[in-house]
Structure formats: C-alpha cells, structure tokens
Design a protein around this ligand. Sequence first.
Ligand code: GUN
Length: 289
Amino acid sequence: MYKIIDGKKVASEIKKEIAEEVIKLKAAGKKIPHLAAILVGNNGSSETYVANKVKDCNEVGFKSTLIRFWNEVEETVLLGKIAELNNDQDVDGFIVQLPLPAHISENKVIEAIDPRKDADGFHPVNIGKMVIGLSGYLPATPYGIVELIKRYSIETSGKNCVVIGRSNIVGRPVSILLSQKGMDATVTVIHRRTKNIKDIVRNADIIIAAIGSPAFVKEDMVKEGAVVIDVGTTRVISHETKSGFKLVGDVDFEKVAPKCSYITPVPGGVGPMTRVSLLRNTLMAAKKI
Ligand code: GUN
C-alpha cells in the first residue's frame, strides 16, 4: 500500500516552528520579518499564489506588503520599484511573482534583486552558491521538495532519480540539490528532446515531475515501489469546486499511486512546501544569517 506524502501537514508543522521563532524575536526586541511581493497583471494562478503567500505571512506573524502593477507596466518602472525595495531597510526579503508579461525580461528583473533580499533564491548569486554547496537562499520549490524527502526519511543515496523538466525554478535546481553530497542521488534530467522517455523514467527509484503537463506520468512509466513527487499545478476549469477551478498535477495519480511506495498529491503535496520555504528564506533574511 502506498503512503501519501502530506505536504500540507509538514508545512503546517514548519509554520508552527517559524511562528515560535517570531515570538522569540519579538520578545528579544528584534525586528519582525517582513516579506514584500510584487504582482504584475492579474493572471489567475499568480493572484492565488500571492494571496496565499500573504496569508502565510500573517499566520506566522510576519509583516507583508503586496505591491501591484498593471499588466502594461514599463520594465523601467518595475526595475525602479525593485531598486526601492533593495534600499528599504524595513523589507527583509521580496519576490516578483512569475511569469511576467512578455514585454518584461524576467532575467533582468531577477538580476536586479539584491541577492541578500532574494527570498525566492532565483538570483544568479544564490543559484551559484547552491551549485557549489555554499549557504544562501534556496529556490522555494526545490527546497520544499528536499525537506519533504528528508522529513519522510526517504533514502536518496545511490538511488536513481529522474527529474522531468529543466526549468530554472524547479527541474534544474532540484536536480543539483539531489546530486549533492548528503543527498547523493544519481540524477537524470529529461526534457522535450530526450529520447526513450518511458524507458528512462521506468528505471527511476524517485521521479520528480515538473513540466506542467497534466497526467504526463502514466502507470506504465513507473517502477513498482517508486517514490513519485508531483510538482505540476495546472489550473483547469472544474464544476466540483467553489472557485470554478482545480489544480491538476503532472502524474496520473489514480493509476500511478498503487505502484508507488510514496506519492505526493496535488493539491496538498509540494505546493504548501514551496510556500513554507519562502517563509524560511524570509526568516533567514531577517536574521541576516
Ligand atoms: N511562479 C511559479 N512559482 C513561483 C515561485 O516560486 N516564485 C515566484 N516568484 N514565481 C513563481
């Protein structure tokens, strides 16, 4: 029988730990962590993600600020706001929610963020530190995935790990973290040009699916006893929910789960861990460690 990796439960345990730290900081007369979030436009998923991030801050006692721009905002205006936040003594960390409209360069925006305030861990300085194993801010989703694996005592050493997808914010960084000393997995990254995808995935002890393609991972691609981490969060129209939408993962859960030893659900798996990682990075920024 497979076990569900309950990201929601783990995230709520970590949030409790963070809330206790905030109480201690307050009692010691120290600064309360402050996270700012920039949201451009009104992409439905981004609206939800940012609203949840603000809610998380409130829950653990952080200060939060939401800064909104309309979709047509000029790149220079956005870069100006980033410079302002870089210099704002009260803001410990901030994020710019992605994706951005096509007329704005995401790379330029990420590079404009002061690496010391880069709560998302997307700046090349923080990515570079991660690659060579120095402490810095880790990208939120990979950080959350690694934490889930650790908290469920899932063995990674010498295991075959297949990462599906090579994005800068999930696939690429998680592949690096899993191959590092301490995690010691043998990692294969597959992407749209990979040949024999099914054969490669079928050989995996651990599968990390991060391509945003609903139900891409089918039962015939999964080895008996594999660990499956589903990072997909595609928003589809649904008549079953109040909002009219539901999130679907990259894994055909119903069919794949019976073959697994462990599997993450969508929602309630990786998503809550991503959010909690952002809180951890913000706490680290506030403590200047
Ligand atoms: N878009 C999708 N995931 C993320 C994330 O972790 N951070 C930001 N800023 N944007 C995202």
